[in-house]
Ligand binder design. Structure first.
Ligand code: GRF
Length: 192
């Protein structure tokens, strides 16, 4: 069973998909702790409602990035986390965390990497006019949106779609692909 520490910054719909997959018996895991880089993140409410311990860091806490990462690492270790799951976490995971959890930090990105890295991937792909984009689940390393790819799924951009329609299609795929990929890790099908 995976013991997950989930890092968020916002809405937490991917966190919710993971919580639901566990509840439905589709993912052999437990969310030990949710850590947010934003005390206002709605995802914290989702965690609270699921009975999961939470921790939030203020913006100021990241003024000293090393210290913030050390605090996060300590909480992850204290909670007995085996795998760190980034789910819309808008910060880099630094060496203090990677020294302990390196190779076991997983991220989801709303594009087909290595295309459209960065914080506005869906919009960037839409504005570029691609006909196919998608979702990537990968091992996170010390730079943004790199690291070995674990899973990808394509989304075909239908003629006439608005950006909002593409976003909805991408998020639907994310909410299936992330729990599925984590289950493939839990079952040993994917070795990190
Ligand atoms: C997702 O699109 C994810 O791919 C990206 O940030 C978004 C987070 O959404 N990294 P949510 O907070 O899980 O709803």
């Amino acid at each position: 069973m995976l013991k997950l520490g989930v890092l968020i910054s916002g809405n937490g719909t991917n966190l919710q998909a993971i919580i639901d997959a566990i509840g439905d018996g589709k993912l052999d895991a437990q969310v030990m702790l949710v850590i947010s880089s934003n005390p206002e993140a709605y995802g914290l409410k989702r965690a609270y409602e699921a009975g999961i311990p939470t921790m939030a860091l203020s913006k100021e806490a990241y003024n000293d990035k090393l210290q913030a990462d050390v605090a996060i690492r300590q909480e992850l270790q204290r909670a007995g986390v085996t795998h760190v799951v980034m789910a819309g976490y808008m910060r880099m995971v630094g060496s203090a965390i990677l020294d302990v959890f390196g190779g076991r930090v997983i991220n989801i990105h709303p594009a087909l990497l290595p295309s459209f890295k960065g914080a506005h991937a869906i919009k960037d792909a839409y504005e570029y006019g691609v006909k196919v984009t998608g979702v990537t689940v990968h091992v996170a390393d010390a730079t943004y949106d790199t690291g070995p790819i674990l899973a990808q799924e394509a989304v075909r951009v239908q003629d006439g779609w608005t950006l909002e329609e593409l976003e909805a299609a991408i998020h639907d795929v994310e909410h299936k692909l992330y729990p599925q990929t984590l289950e493939r890790i839990a079952s040993g099908e994917i070795t990190l």
